[in-house]
Write a protein that binds this ligand. Structure first.
Ligand SMILES: Cc1cc2nc3c(=O)[nH]c(=O)nc-3n(C[C@H](O)[C@H](O)[C@H](O)COP(=O)(O)O)c2cc1C
Length: 325
């Protein structure tokens, strides 16, 4: 399939695996890229820029296809050493960066001088327009359904994607709620040039997470996610569990007096224990409503081929038959 996104990133299929904390390691990124999509290593999962450099070189040993690195700009006072991470990406010869969170403007000149394409993840049209105006090459539009941080506007993709299509001139992918060939065709119909998936890629054979995490996603329905940290204006969509219920109780009790410290036990530093340790009830971890559409654990290649086969069949057979001769 050929779209502006496949052309821009030099990939066979317009399917991106979004950066995911303690999931986006070289194994998954390489598997997705080898299958014709775009795999992405999560930069900040690596404790230092040196570790990121090692992860990039591990990925290069696993694939000769393009892959990217996610750089999430966090809304916290004690910032990671972003300039060093950016340098590791440039030195590693990576040609695609997925930025997310705060405005990436200050790092764009260095990245662009190195010939790197930037896809910025946004949860609103105004942020996507800003990304376009500062020189980002593409956008990933994350609807309210998405796993992780959906922002504070609560606009689902059925509205957000055509709004983005009406306003943007740079290409964008649809992110949030994407699972199969139906998602891909719908995203293309709404004006996107591809899809970005998070939760769906966790339930693949190559995702280097504990089987308990994959089984929790398989067991979940579309009713099983919750929004936490809304009072802190840092909303995150997570899979419901006992820790999440505790967070929601605390949020209800403390109201606007809440601070991050009140929920830190259930949020801070829990990812390695959940993702690698398999302690799925230990804390809050991102998961999309799309869990309701995930029923198996294929390889990345099986998943991507299935999506493309289904999309082709929908376009050629199902949609075609609605047309008059
Ligand atoms: C477990 C998990 C961790 C995530 N971590 C990050 C992250 O560190 N940085 C980021 O930009 N997005 C992160 N995301 C968001 C994904 O990249 C993607 O935008 C989102 O999952 C899309 O929604 P979906 O889950 O419905 O496919 C994460 C998502 C999940 C499920």
């Amino acid at each position: 399939m050929k779209t502006r996104i496949t052309d821009m990133f030099g990939i066979r299929y317009p399917i991106i695996q979004g950066g995911m904390h303690h999931v986006g390691y070289a194994e998954l990124a390489a598997a997705v890229s080898n299958a014709g999509g775009l795999g992405i290593i999560t930069g900040l999962t690596q404790p230092s820029a040196k570790d990121l450099a090692n992860e990039i070189s591990r990925c290069k040993n696993l694939t000769d296809k393009p892959f990217g690195v996610n750089l999430t700009f966090l809304p916290i006072v004690k910032q990671p050493d972003y300039p060093a991470y950016v340098q590791a990406i440039i030195d590693g010869g990576v040609k695609i960066v997925e930025t997310a969170g705060n405005n990436p403007q200050q790092y764009l000149p260095a990245l662009k001088d190195a010939g790197i394409k930037i896809i910025h993840k946004c949860t609103s049209v105004r942020h996507a327009l800003k990304a376009q105006s500062i020189g980002c090459d593409a956008a990933s539009i994350d609807g309210f359904e998405c796993g992780g941080h959906p922002g504070e506007d609560d606009i689902p993709n059925f509205i957000l994607l055509p709004r983005a299509a009406d306003e943007l001139s740079i290409p964008f992918v649809a992110s949030g709620g994407m699972a199969d060939g139906r998602s891909l065709v719908a995203a293309l119909a709404l004006g996107a040039d591809g899809i970005n998936m998070g939760t769906r890629f966790i339930a693949t054979k190559e995702a280097p997470v504990h089987d308990n995490v994959k089984q929790a996603i398989l067991a979940a329905t579309e009713l099983d996610t919750r929004l936490i940290m809304r009072p802190l204006r840092n909303t995150e969509r997570v899979l419901n569990n006992t820790a999440v219920e505790k967070i929601l109780d605390t949020e209800k009790k403390l109201g606007s007096a809440i601070s991050f410290e009140d929920i830190a036990n259930e949020v801070a530093g829990v990812y390695p224990r959940v993702m690698q340790g398999g302690e799925v009830d230990k804390g809050a971890w991102s998961c999309g409503m799309v869990a309701g559409l995930i029923h198996d654990i294929p390889s990345a290649q099986e998943l991507i081929e299935r999506i493309m086969d289904q999309a082709n069949s929908i376009i050629k057979k199902r949609l075609q038959k609605f047309l008059y001769d």
